[in-house]
Design a protein around this ligand. Structure first.
Ligand code: G3P
Ligand code: MG
Length: 353
């Protein structure tokens, strides 16, 4: 027999399903909500605003700490999002703290890449903007750039680290790079010298990418080049100027571990307490969720990822982003294709409750 969400709430039953929402092309385009996303999300709370259906955002984007992204999303979407409900491309970087906690690392990308890494516990992190500013003339194009960053040169205050002698031990592409020409140039310098631009040749330090999306849906009418496109550009150039091929590791969807991690978080979300209490790592609440829905717009990333993850994932493809087809996607067909995220949520609630 069908039950209503309020019945489910008054009975204090834990639902047996959870939902992972992609952000770009499903919930937002740029900063604008799409597909009736605020209305769709509101259906997952009761009248008092208490979370009733476990859900999280599973995005390959990023650039700000999860706590800040949660407040931004809460404001844009009109519901109370917790930091634990935000999984970004770079979220798995916190697992690498043990390896680089006290080593000099460089963080690249839009937003606040160095703050993201500092919040994860990395102690010696410089943004690419700050790192590049410590070298005179490292970017010969800087004088021609209109960007506000092009003039961050030694502004009186002394550099925090002596980058002429201290090697960069790893580079992290946290979010979409802003100044591709400067970032490719300086990354090539770091990678081919073993972390000392302009100095002797050394082993390539490890390089990590938060995701590998070739394209994504932003505010413009057609797709925009993503971190995967930047990776291809960097790799093609590096492999022409260096005898050994570029070594790197990419995170983000469609990797199966991203879906496993999302499953663990959804199982740990405690949707029924009045204060939206979330239990600590490892303390799963009740029985594991038996259906998990991935709602995405990118067949090769969101749908492929959910399919590879297998049971209990069910993939839902919307037509508000990368995918615009009438039928299903040929190479990575979703379990369900709908127009909008609101249609997806309606389908799920109708099926599950
Ligand atoms: O830069 C963001 C983009 O690569 C993808 O974001 O939310 O569609 O996974 P999302
Ligand atoms: Mg997307």
């Amino acid at each position: 027999a069908k039950r209503s969400l309020s019945q489910l709430c008054t009975n204090y039953e834990r639902p047996s399903f959870g939902i992972a929402f992609d952000i770009d092309g499903v919930i937002l385009r740029g900063r604008k909500p799409i597909g009736n996303s605020p209305q769709a999300l509101r259906k997952l709370y009761d009248e008092s605003g208490t979370l009733k259906i476990p859900f999280l955002f599973l995005t390959n984007g990023g650039g700000v700490p999860e706590s800040k992204r949660a407040s931004e999303l809460s404001e844009l979407l009109g519901v109370n999002i917790l930091p634990s409900q935000v999984v970004q491309g770079h979220s798995p970087f916190k697992k690498l703290v043990k390896s680089f906690e006290n080593e000099l690392i460089v963080a690249i990308g839009k937003g606040e890449p160095a703050n993201v890494m500092a919040e994860y516990g990395f102690k010696k992190v410089l943004s690419m903007d700050e790192y590049a500013s410590y070298f005179d003339n490292i970017d010969p194009l800087a004088p021609y750039k209109m960007s506000p960053n092009n003039n961050i040169t030694s502004n009186g205050s002394s550099p925090r680290y002596d980058v002429s002698s201290e090697r960069v031990q790893a580079a992290f592409v946290v979010s979409d790079p802003v100044d591709w020409s400067r970032d490719i140039q300086v990354l090539c310098d770091i990678l081919r010298t073993g972390g000392l631009p302009g100095k002797e040749i050394g082993h390539q330090p490890p390089l990590y990418f938060a995701a590998d999306d070739l394209e994504y849906q932003a505010a413009f009418s057609s797709e925009r080049l993503g971190m995967g496109a930047f990776r291809i550009a960097l790799e093609s150039i590096f492999n022409r100027i260096h005898p050994d091929a570029l070594q790197y590791t990419s995170f983000g969807k469609p990797h199966p571990f991203v879906f496993k991690n999302a499953e663990n978080i959804l199982n740990q979300l405690q949707p029924f307490s009045r204060d939206n209490h979330v239990v600590k790592d490892g303390d799963a609440v009740g029985h594991p969720l038996t259906s998990l829905y991935m709602i995405g717009d990118n067949p090769a990333v969101d749908i492929k990822g959910a399919q590879q993850a297998g049971h209990p994932w069910f993939s839902v493809l919307t037509r508000t982003g990368i995918f615009r087809g009438n039928e299903n996607h040929e190479e990575y067909p979703a379990d369900l294709v709908v127009d909008t995220v609101e249609d997806a949520v309606n389908y799920i609630l109708d099926k599950e409750i």
